[in-house]
Design a protein around this ligand. Structure first.
Ligand code: 6GU
Length: 240
């Protein structure tokens, strides 16, 4: 899996991708993540990459040419043409776990970060295959969103998560929120860990966790329950 981030602020990307699980996965060669500076493709001596919008209005726009020349460079230096170019924008499709799962199957994904008031539409029309938003709020640029997308894709690549961090058992893949978890000591501040977790009965523990997941989802994200694959008995449990 290779992820290339097109940005005016590559330091923002570099600051994150060498840390923690992503840093370890890059070092092991399991994923390749790189930031490419769009400013390196400015075609004027002032290295200007933005200009005033035609028709007027506040702010500046990123010009089409540096963006397109940056993409040409990425294409020329890749084994094959990247299969997806995602423009990070609040106008995009809301990012979901299921989309991370789909993009994790791709060979090479490019994430295009806008700044200022956005990017000349002609660059978007020329190179972008998908538009993605990470939520209904406004960011100063696409970089933080690109890092969210890159992280959620990378952790699905085989080997990136160790056995300790495995996502097989995590609830989002089941469409539910996680159950509460506890570690030592067995009693903390007078609060005991639920008995069933100390019972050693794996069947009972699994049933308890499933029930807690459903209760948690009901209380915090009832909207998720409509989509979640529940058994008839579990649906009955919710209605009671
Ligand atoms: Cl993907 N980009 C930007 N610039 N702002 C956002 C966003 C993305 N998602 C929410 N706000």
């Amino acid at each position: 899996m290779k992820i290339t981030v097109m940005t005016l602020f590559p330091e923002m990307i570099d600051a994150v991708i060498n840390c923690s699980i992503l840093g370890r996965a890059r070092q092991k060669g399991l994923i390749e993540i790189e930031a490419v500076n769009i400013r390196d493709f400015a075609n004027n001596k002032h290295l200007q990459v933005d200009d005033y919008p035609y028709g007027g209005g506040a702010g500046m726009l990123m010009m089409a040419d540096p963006v397109c020349r940056c993409y040409d460079h990425i294409k020329e230096h890749a084994k094959a043409e990247p299969s997806r170019v995602i423009y990070m924008t609040p106008q995009g499709k809301p990012w979901k776990q299921s989309m991370a799962e789909s993009f994790a199957q791709e060979e090479h994904v490019v994430l295009l970060c806008g700044h200022y008031e956005g990017i000349d539409q002609r660059a978007i029309d020329a190179i972008v295959t998908d538009e993605v938003s990470i939520g209904d709020y406004v960011l100063t640029g696409g970089e933080l969103a690109a890092l969210v997308v890159a992280d959620s894709i990378s952790r699905l690549v085989p080997g990136v998560l160790g056995k300790e961090e495995s996502f097989q058992d995590e609830s989002f893949s089941e469409g539910l929120l996680e159950y509460p978890q506890y570690t030592r000591p067995a009693v903390y501040n007078g609060q005991a860990v639920p008995d069933v977790l100390l019972s050693g009965n794996h069947q009972k523990i699994a049933a308890y966790r499933r029930e807690q997941s459903i209760i948690n989802t009901f209380n915090k994200r009832p909207d998720l329950l409509k989509q979640a694959p529940l058994t008839d008995k579990e649906k009955q449990f919710i209605h009671d």
